[in-house]
Ligand binder design. Structure first.
Ligand SMILES: [Zn+2]
Length: 70
């Protein structure tokens, strides 16, 4: 079985973060996919947690309205 072990990890030439994630505070590098929400930069991976916070006022327990017509 051929084992692929790169001698060194691939690193982008530009290592300086261009911004920081407004959710986790982590570094954002050039070329990375981020969400720009009202001027806040959010990692793609952080979007779910961020959205959970951001839309917390919209969050509610699902109610069956069908019962109201009984
Ligand atoms: Zn993040």
């Amino acid at each position: 079985m051929f084992e692929y072990l790169p001698e060194r990890p691939l690193e982008p030439p530009e290592e300086k973060p261009i911004a920081y994630c407004d959710y986790c505070g982590g570094e954002i590098y050039e070329g990375e996919t981020v969400y720009n929400i009202d001027g806040q930069l959010i990692h793609e991976d952080c979007l779910h947690d961020f959205a959970d916070d951001y839309f917390k006022d919209c969050k509610e327990e699902a109610v069956s309205y069908a019962e109201a017509y009984c």
